[in-house]
Ligand binder design. Structure first.
Ligand code: ATP
Ligand code: TPS
Ligand code: MG
Ligand code: MG
Ligand code: MG
Length: 337
């Protein structure tokens, strides 16, 4: 990619021009951005990266999908604190085999996700890379002072819930890799699974309902898989979680594709990851109201288990047999040494 760094930045981020106001006093174009949170709110800050070959291949994600998903994985972390997302900073390291036009498409996806969640891109960094494309997004959001929902908030007597459906992203990835290996195209009957993988949604609205309900205990978003996120809650809260496998929500398409692929769909739901749904705990007294409010907003809210004293542990009950839920899921360095 032979281009001038400064003109590329201008091209990719021209859509951020003239965005000052509403809490932002300095946007793109200076050494740093300057903003203030809304009165009564405090800042929520998170950062997640995506690396070529680790988080995507050219065959599994279009450039715009990569940009879209990198933003969503961050907004999802803000949702998991009960906050709203406001600003994004984007750092991109571009190797020679990526063209300026492809990078512009990455930004199309970035701006599309930002527009969908009311987020403004206020800065970033652009560097060359030797071999693989890296995209790192930082999202800054806000939450009512002192009210952020923590992983440590689970209490015995509460119920364990998840939003949405799980396993769709891992099923979609399996499908994309299988069809790539076969040199085929993905049959249109599975487009829902491909969308789960390429275009996940962040559950900001569910997080806000949970925070407003006053009934929420712990909250986490599902990037590495339900098992991994529940273990994080159990450990941070010092509790035991007991989950009923039959209640773990999965799309019909995930079950149907798993049957065709000779896989257990529950493995994708528990250990696959990248679903970006929320998992957490809630007081039993508030659960029904929350389920109703979520339903009114088109969000599925499913009770899948309960919180008990003891632990930290996560127990999975399936077909009447209960045992430890494997502390497995996506782990970047699991095979490294
Ligand atoms: N390289 C790092 N330097 C400083 N803090 C980090 C670094 N990596 C992670 N953290 C911090 O560690 C905590 C856990 O981060 P982690 O990335 O595991 O959570 P997550 O973003 O919810 O999960 P995922 O990255 O799988 O989406 C967060 O507070 C995060 O800011
Ligand atoms: C080509 C390809 N191979 C494997 C995967 C699966 N994968 C990669 S990172 C991750 C967890 C979330 O990332 P992080 O923890 O960094 O937020 C998962 C499930 C993929 N998406 N693409
Ligand atoms: Mg992270
Ligand atoms: Mg998270
Ligand atoms: Mg992770």
């Amino acid at each position: 990619m032979a281009h001038d760094e400064f003109s590329l930045i201008r091209q990719w981020t021209s859509r951020s021009a003239g965005q000052e106001g509403n809490g932002l006093s300095v946007g793109i174009g200076d050494d740093a951005a300057v903003f203030s949170p809304s009165p009564g709110m405090e800042v929520v800050a998170c950062c997640d990266a995506m690396a070529e070959t680790v988080h995507f291949l050219r065959e599994t994600m279009k450039p715009s999908d990569i940009g879209y998903k990198a933003v969503i994985s961050n907004i999802s972390d803000v949702a998991a604190m009960g906050g709203i997302a406001r600003f994004a900073l984007v750092s991109i390291a571009v190797p020679p085999h990526w063209t300026a036009a492809e990078c512009r498409e990455i930004y199309d996806g970035i701006y599309e996700a930002c527009a969908a969640y009311g987020v403004r891109v206020i800065g970033g960094d652009t560097v060359a890379a030797p071999d693989a494309l890296h995209l790192s997004v930082t999202v800054l959001g806000e939450v009512e002072k002192g009210r952020a929902l923590r992983r440590s908030g689970a209490r015995p007597g509460q119920l364990v819930f998840v939003t949405g459906h799980l396993g769709g992203s891992a099923a979609g990835l399996h499908l994309l890799l299988q069809t790539r290996d076969a040199g085929a195209r993905v049959p249109s009957e599975w487009s829902e699974l491909v969308a789960c993988h390429q275009r996940p949604a962040a559950q900001i609205e569910a997080g806000r309902l949970l925070l407003a309900s006053g009934a929420a205990g712990a909250l986490n978003d599902i990037s590495d898989g339900l098992a991994s996120e529940l273990w994080e809650i159990a450990e941070a809260s010092g509790v035991s979680l007991v989950v009923d496998a039959a209640q773990v929500p999965m799309h019909e398409a995930t079950r149907a594709y798993a049957a065709q692929a000779g896989r257990d769909p529950l493995d994708w739901a528990l250990y696959g990851g990248e679903d970006y749904q929320l998992a957490g705990t809630v007081d039993p007294a508030g659960a029904e109201t929350l389920a109703r409010q979520c339903a009114q907003s088109g969000i599925s809210f499913r009770i899948i288990g309960r919180v008990e004293k003891g632990g930290p542990s996560v127990t999975l009950c399936r077909d009447g047999v209960c045992g430890p839920m494997a502390k497995a899921g996506y782990n970047h360095f699991a095979q490294a040494d």
